[in-house]
Design a protein around this ligand. Structure first.
Ligand code: VGL
Ligand code: ZN
Length: 191
């Protein structure tokens, strides 16, 4: 399903998950996502649309993290806890952000998802959302093919209607062709 989202479609049972809009994932950062900066106006418009909660995730790694190349992982060193690279991008409007979720903090388990890491450790996001009465989540941010999609899969698994806002998300590479059914895509309509 592709729907065209308008601000008036958002209800008090909806949450926005803004995934990893951090300096290291922007075009001049350590692990650049092409087009990352161009998402800012769309995400900023979206975040004020009346969500019950607006949750920003931050990739937040210790030195020597297992996902880093020098440890045999896939990625250049990025998002070191407390660094400028790990900070939310300056141009991100934080006015409507209600919660921050940090992930990837364990040395030996990566966490593409904002819900559970690769060892199954829970960030508490599902309980937080359920406690607020959230039934539907909209996802945006970076990287679409890595952390956004991993977060979407867990959202769906935990019973949330799950929608990726395609024009508010950008990837490092193309999306995998084997996308799990049940995740919807929409575009934000501005007017
Ligand atoms: C991410 C690679 C490594 C992401 C995080 O936010 O998509 N990608 N760590
Ligand atoms: Zn990472």
């Amino acid at each position: 399903m592709t729907m065209h989202l308008q601000a008036e479609d958002i209800t008090s049972q909806d949450a926005l998950l803004i995934i990893d809009m951090q300096n290291d994932f922007m075009p001049s950062g350590a692990l650049p996502v092409p087009g990352g900066t161009a998402l800012l106006p769309v995400i900023n418009q979206l975040s004020g649309a009346g969500f019950r909660a607006v949750i920003a995730s931050q990739d937040w790694h210790p030195a020597g993290h297992c996902s880093f190349k020098e440890q045999g992982g896939l990625w250049a060193t990025h998002c070191l806890a407390g660094s400028h690279g790990a900070a939310l991008v300056d141009g991100l409007d934080q006015t409507h952000i209600t919660h921050i979720i940090r992930k990837g903090m364990a040395l030996k388990a990566d966490s593409n998802s904002a819900f559970y890491d690769d060892a199954g450790t829970d960030t508490g996001l599902t309980a937080l959302l359920k406690g607020l009465g959230v039934k539907r989540v909209f996802l945006c941010g970076v990287a679409l093919d890595v952390c956004v999609i991993a977060t979407a899969r867990h959202a769906l698994q935990d019973g949330f209607e799950t929608i990726i806002v395609q024009n508010a998300a950008a990837g490092i590479n193309a999306l995998p062709s084997s996308l799990k059914e049940g995740i919807s895509f929409c575009k934000l309509v501005s007017h």
